[in-house]
Ligand binder design. Structure first.
Ligand SMILES: [Zn+2]
Ligand SMILES: [Zn+2]
Length: 790
């Protein structure tokens, strides 16, 4: 007998060699058999944004778990399509490039700026792909797609042209969220809320009616000159005699009407509210409802307009300071309070949002709300509790989606305008178009026949690109046979923070384009938080970079930690100590494998006619383990198989079973009994490796190859372990066995030998009785503990 495994420990270094082997043999990128009419298991992998180091440990855990989904599906024998894309469009890369080259996008020539963005992306992307690969992701890296490639952008443009032709897109000039720093309209879904300290200024509005003033509290005194009405609650007795009278705007001396409106909260400020164009989206609503005339107050550069008279051309902050100063000087301020105000800010630049009227393209979504709600019911959520985030968001949608952006690095809107009649002319779908620098692919205006055009300069909101991933990966427009087998995708795995954007927008777009919800299920992961349970952020300085940890402990230890720590959908705490704990389990597994590699393999077809009761008992426990693991796997909740496997392998199989059969496994005199043990020990260990493979692919692969040699089983041609209830009657013995063994070990530890004057060793004989319920296992127990029966 010789050890098939000579290495005494499992080393993270081994992973590198295995990775190389996988790459050379291309084992995860096997061709899908087109002949078989079976649905593909398509994972709509989130295309990561190559943000550069440090990467977020939560994101590394997220991608590790998406790989577990893919590997489990393969274990079930499904045809897995596991694409990998890189999200490369949008404002973050522009901001990063501006910072890196110390330039401003708007002062840089467009072509030059785009070139620099691309360089920035390429640099970070390569490193990023390496991290993903080193985590053991079994994705299709060879066909990696990039959302800024001409193929992908042509795809985005085609879907736009498709929707345009169906009348789903319109040009609207309406007040909308605008970020001064990003210089573009942004959608509601891209807004965050921050509690910001601000001044609540109580202003004096003079009324002829009462020959006195009333106070109006506002956080936006700089918009005073754009005030067009004051509203009060009709039930507010303080203003009974003022309804429908006029008030004079302080400083600007224009008069506005006092209008009763039920939306006013009597208890906030003075109970009277000035309505300006525009303090927030509520003002927009009121302007429309009350038929008020808009006064443009802030321009696209974030400065006050002419309407502000002597305060024009100022940045918002400066205008506020100056106007408050002047109001104070003239005695028009009653008091100023400092309050914490929940302020809408741009998700990216954290700049407070302004409401500005601009012409933008909109994709209809308000009309789709009930359709989307209905369709969303057909989708399974993992876990179910996160369905609510989507439902709440769909219900809250109040305006159509503005999809045009005044930025550079993104997919161009494929439109050329006729210089004569201004009709938008769209090209045929299929190619990538850059109207800002290219001539149109047609000669005459579809409306007036003119032959001169001006290309659109704007690009799409980046969610327009990422919201068609399930269509792109299933080859919509391109390969009907593949598409029919691949759509709807099996699963959309994603983070909980982008339900209202990525999940929602993808649903909207795909339902429009295919009349079908794009996935069978959505798997929503929580956040990785720090050891204290606090959210990690670069500004707090508590971000854990996963790369050094992966290098130190290995991908498998990292993956096993992530699986055993994360209950699907819930936030999870990240700590090095726990990863170290995961590594200990892998060392234990290695040692078990090393020991088992001693023994001859008895295959299923040579299974002994009669199995020893101890073997039947562990097989009952094994079956129980399989059943629990599969239950967790089916829910993509890796917490369950990780903890179940660790418990079984370490605390039952290794601690008790192996100890009990050691004697029998070496005893050639009782051949049938020996074979029963060898058959069982390998059956258990093979099953452990197969069940563990989705979580820890490296060590499972290595142990399998070293002991069982056949590569096929652990890679492509997988077989899911079956639950076998044949020995279920032995399950109750587990507790009795553990109890008995522990008692004997304890007794030996606490008994001092009369000869050596030291505690008994495990091999020393001991006088004891074996309880009746353990009688079937008595032979193994006697040998194991060297029992002298009383
Ligand atoms: Zn911004
Ligand atoms: Zn024309």
């Amino acid at each position: 007998m010789s050890l098939k495994i000579t290495e005494k420990t499992w080393s993270a270094e081994t992973e590198k060699r295995i990775l190389q082997e996988w790459r050379i043999n291309n084992i995860y990128n096997y061709p899908l058999n087109d002949e078989i009419n079976e649905k593909n298991f398509v994972i709509d992998t989130p295309p990561p944004y190559p943000s550069g180091r440090p990467w977020h440990i939560g994101a590394a855990a997220h991608y590790s778990q998406i790989d577990m989904i893919a590997r489990f599906a393969r274990l079930k024998g499904l045809k897995v399509v596991f694409p990998i894309g890189i999200d490369r469009n949008g404002i973050p890369v522009e901001m990063h490039t501006e910072k890196k080259y110390k330039i401003r996008m708007r002062n840089t020539e467009r072509r030059e700026f785009l070139k620099l963005c691309k360089i920035t992306l390429d640099e970070t992307e390569n490193e990023f792909i390496e991290i993903l690969a080193s985590l053991g992701l079994s994705a299709n890296f060879d066909e990696k797609y990039q959302t800024d490639s001409s193929t992908y952008r042509a795809f985005t443009q085609s879907t736009f042209i498709d929707m345009w032709n169906r009348g789903l897109i319109y040009l609207g000039n309406r007040p909308n969220n605008y970020c001064i720093d990003c210089g573009t309209t942004i959608a509601d879904a891209e807004i965050n809320y921050l509690d910001i300290e601000t001044k609540l200024v109580y202003l004096k509005f003079y009324s002829k009616q009462i020959d006195n003033y009333i106070t109006i509290a506002t956080t936006r005194p700089e918009l005073l000159f754009a005030c067009q009405a004051v509203i009060v609650n009709p039930d507010d007795e303080r203003y009974d005699n003022l309804q429908d009278t006029l008030l004079k705007i302080p400083l600007f001396d224009r008069e506005v009407k006092v209008i009763p409106h039920l939306s006013v909260d009597k208890s906030f400020g003075s109970g009277a509210v000035m309505i300006c164009s525009y303090g927030d989206l509520n003002d927009v609503q009121l302007f429309r409802e009350l038929g008020l005339q808009e006064i443009v107050s802030i321009d696209m550069n974030g400065r006050t307009t002419e309407a502000a008279r002597e305060f024009s051309g100022l940045k918002i902050k400066d205008a506020r300071t100056k106007i408050i100063e002047e109001l104070t000087n003239r005695g028009l301020v009653e008091k100023i309070e400092t309050i914490i105000h929940r302020t809408p800010v741009c998700e990216r630049s954290k700049t407070p949002i302004q409401i500005i009227s601009l012409e933008d393209y909109y994709l209809k979504q308000v009309d789709m709300k009930s359709e989307l709600l209905n369709q969303s019911h057909t989708m399974k959520f993992y876990p179910e509790m996160h369905r609510q985030i989507l439902t709440n968001w769909i219900k809250s949608v109040a305006i159509d989606w503005p999809i045009s952006r005044r930025r550079y690095y993104g997919t161009e809107i494929p439109i050329w305008y006729c210089t004569k009649c201004h009709t938008p002319n769209l090209p045929k779908p299929g190619k990538y178009y850059r109207p800002w620098e290219e001539n149109p692919p047609f000669e005459h205006c579809s409306s007036c026949g003119n032959d001169k055009f001006e290309g659109e300069k704007r690009i799409f909101d980046t969610w327009m690109d990422s919201s068609v991933t399930p269509l792109f990966v299933s080859k919509f427009y391109k390969d009907k046979q593949f598409f029919d087998k691949s759509y709807p995708a099996a699963l959309r795995p994603q983070g909980k923070d982008i339900v209202r954007t990525w999940l929602y927008y993808t649903m909207l777009r795909c339902v429009y384009l295919t009349d079908q919800i794009p996935w069978e299920g959505a798997w929503i992961m929580g956040y990785g938080v720090d050891e204290k349970g606090e959210k990690m952020s670069k500004s707090k300085g508590n971000v854990i970079d996963p790369l050094p940890l992966i290098k130190k402990y290995g991908a498998d230890a990292f993956r096993f930690w992530s699986a055993s720590e994360t209950n699907v959908g819930y936030d999870f705490r990240c700590s090095e100590l726990k990863i170290q704990g995961a590594q200990k389990f892998l060392s234990k597994l290695w040692n078990i494998g090393r020991f088992i590699s001693n023994f001859e393999i008895i295959e299923e077809n040579n299974k002994p006619q009669v199995l020893n009761p101890t073997d039947k008992w562990i097989l009952s426990e094994l079956s129980n383990t399989i059943s629990k693991c599969l239950e967790g796997y089916e829910e993509f909740n890796f917490f369950i198989p990780a903890n179940t496997l660790r418990e079984f392998t370490w605390n039952v199989f290794a601690a008790h079973y192996i100890e009990m059969i050691k004697g029998r496994a070496y005893n050639k005199e009782l051949e049938e009994n020996r074979k029963s043990a060898l058959y069982t020990i390998h059956k258990c260990f093979k099953t452990i490796l197969l069940l563990l493979e989705p979580l820890c692919p490296f060590i499972s692969y290595e142990l399998w190859i070293k002991i069982y040699e056949n590569k096929e089983i652990i890679t492509n041609q997988r077989k899911i372990p079956m639950v076998d209830n044949e020995y279920d009657s032995f399950i109750p013995s587990t507790q009795d066995i553990i109890k008995f063994n522990s008692e004997i070990w304890n007794k030996k530890k606490t008994t001092i030998s009369e000869i050596t004057k030291k505690p008994l060793s495990l091999k020393d004989p001991i006088h004891t009785t074996i309880p009746r319920e353990l009688e079937p296992f008595s032979d193994d127990l006697v040998t194991m503990h060297n029992i002298i029966r009383e």
